[in-house]
Design a binder for this molecule. Structure first.
Ligand code: ATP
Ligand code: MG
Length: 557
């Protein structure tokens, strides 16, 4: 039960309220939830919501969560997906109590089916899928009974056994519940419980050639595991009646289903089937491409588990579907990385600056904080030499009034080092500025500045002699419209053709020590994480997110 103080800290979402009330009423000793992925793809940000909800509930209310693979569809499932799902849940910071598979219950489910047949609540139907569809009726018209509906219990038992033994080809027969062909809920019009599929299963191999349908596996698995609160997304609301009917007729543990709204993000696809298309057709480089909304893609991009959990927490649990701004996810990772990421200087588009009064062939050690948000992170050394690089955009020949960066006659501070003043510049025939000449101001070094000069701009820079060329992958949104599935045509028509730019940046030498996955703030440029493609002589960084929300700004203009 949740204490009064806890309630005041944070208001409960509607599912927490239900559980709280159930506990107050003494309905359960322990809360059991499950996270039930089908191992037919990698987990995405929508699943993250479901994970945080299911595991979060049992953390709040004391209980446990099972990981259950809903693997009743042999043709789309694979062990590769099982491994990735386990890895992603652990990375998110959650631990399941039991690792379970719906396929482990195939024997039990087969027995359950026979129980229904014996109660004259299920029958073998020889109709084709077209015939079944025709007899189903419509939401406004009742369906009609199948000609096979009145078979005897003995005949049904024998035919069902033959189905199991592989005596019939795929699609030739099904096992259906005998409910009501005129039921207002179409799903209650004699739903199919088992189908014949001579297919290899990733765990049971060729042991079975009949497989239970979702509706005859999910609730039963919940019940076998004594799941108290079975939480799923809203599209399963009409299935609840069948969920309850089957549990009732089988007289098994009464798990209950609760539904919340699927979480959708703008500019993002959250459907495994569609994400699989992006992978298979080569629109991205695999499930963990940093542009993918998969947990593995986000991880590679530089997202932290804390930032994803924070995001899921902020969007909470809703009863109605709505579209969440992907900007919120980006906000969450900025918040987290701002606290944690070490600061480094990397010039993405270099312009050479010669400090003419600085001695040649000498490097002077400067110091700068690793993270101003975390004093314990300490300081690092940065070498300064006569020739350095700054960003091209940090110099303007004829600056506007509000330009506080470098310009003829103007002063700026080099981060962690001296104030410099621009004396001169070199312009090529094509009008491009190729070199800027400056002089540094004596006694102006950061931390020991005795000049009293006040400059408005501080630039990041790297010593030309020490600069380490690194590959930088600049990512943008994978889709150029808010909802790629709502428009005309295929969602892939809305892929942003500019979602990846690869450039060479020039990094300060401290970055050589970066390890895979480590995140940095490149000063004034954004957050970047070292990619797994890196080699000792070639570092590759993924841009996780810019420092500010450029999209929101573009929208305001
Ligand atoms: P997809 O459409 O991507 O294939 P799914 O629902 O078929 O998703 P499952 O593997 O069955 O994928 O999902 C496991 C759990 O995650 C389910 O309980 C499902 O309801 C939940 N889930 C899936 N997508 C979302 C989402 N976008 N928001 C919230 N929960 C989700
Ligand atoms: Mg599903």
């Amino acid at each position: 039960m949740i204490t009064e103080e806890k309630k005041e800290e944070k208001s409960l979402n509607f599912i927490e309220e239900i559980i709280d009330a159930d506990l107050q009423a003494g309905k359960y000793k322990e809360i059991i939830t499950r996270f039930p992925p089908e191992p037919n793809g990698y987990l995405h940000i929508g699943h993250a919501s479901s994970i945080c909800l299911n595991f979060g509930l049992t953390k709040t209310f004391q209980g446990y969560t099972n990981l259950r693979f809903d693997d009743t569809n042999p043709t789309t499932e694979d062990t590769e997906y099982v491994e990735s799902i386990k890895n992603d849940i652990r990375w998110m910071g959650f631990e399941w109590k039991n690792e379970l598979y719906a396929s482990d219950y195939f024997d039990t489910l087969y027995e359950y089916a026979k129980t229904l047949i014996r109660k004259d609540l299920a029958y073998v139907d020889d109709s084709t899928s077209e015939e079944i569809a025709t007899l189903k009726g419509t939401p406004t018209e009742p369906g009609k009974d199948s000609p096979y509906r009145s078979r005897s219990i003995e005949e049904n038992l024998s035919l069902f056994e033959q189905m199991k033994n592989g005596d019939f080809p795929d699609g030739s027969r099904t096992l259906r519940a005998k409910i009501d062909m005129a039921h207002l809920n179409m799903l209650m019009r004699d739903p199919i419980l088992y189908r014949i599929k001579h297919a290899h299963h990733h765990r049971t191999g060729d042991a079975w050639c009949i497989y239970p349908m979702y509706d005859f596996a999910h609730g039963q698995s919940d019940s076998i595991e004594n799941v108290t609160h079975s939480i799923c997304t809203l599209e399963f609301v009409p299935h609840r009646e069948l969920y309850d009917w089957l549990i009732d007729k089988l007289e098994i543990y009464p798990s209950h289903q609760y539904e919340f709204a699927r979480r959708n993000l703008n500019y993002t696809i959250t459907s495994k089937r569609k994400l699989l298309q992006l992978v298979q057709e080569g629109h991205v480089n695999g499930w963990d491409d940093p542009r993918m909304p998969t947990i593995s893609g986000l991880r590679r991009r530089g997202y932290t588990p804390e930032s994803i959990r924070d995001f899921c927490d902020r969007i909470g649990v809703a009863r109605r579907e709505n579209m969440i701004d992907v900007g919120l996810l980006e906000f969450c990772v900025r918040e987290d990385l701002n606290k944690k990421a070490l600061r480094r200087m990397v010039v993405l588009d270099p312009l050479k600056v010669v400090i003419t009064n600085f001695p040649e062939e000498i490097s002077e050690i400067c110091h700068s904080e690793n993270n101003p948000e975390d004093i314990a992170a300490g300081m690092r050394e940065i070498p300064l030499t006569r020739e350095i690089y700054i960003e091209k955009e940090d110099f303007m020949e004829t600056p506007s009034k509000k330009y506080f960066r470098l310009a003829p006659g103007k002063m700026v501070r080099l981060k962690g080092a001296y104030i410099i003043q621009c004396d001169d510049f070199v312009k090529a025939e094509n009008g491009e500025i190729t070199e800027v000449h400056c002089s540094f101001i004596e006694n102006s070094k950061s931390g020991q500045d005795a000049t009293g000069i006040n400059v408005k701009g501080t630039l990041h820079w790297v010593s030309a002699a020490h600069a380490v060329p690194v590959e930088i992958r600049l990512y943008d949104r994978l889709f150029s419209v808010e909802d790629p599935t709502s428009g005309e045509g295929d969602f892939k028509d809305y892929i942003n053709p500019d979602s990846l730019h690869v450039i060479t940046g020039y990094a300060e030498p401290a970055l050589i020590e970066a390890t895979t996955g480590e995140s940095f703030q490149f000063l004034r440029k954004g957050y970047f994480a070292l990619d797994q493609d890196s080699a000792p002589d070639k570092l590759v960084f993924n841009r996780t997110v810019t420092l500010r929300d450029n999209w929101a700004k573009a929208g305001e203009k």
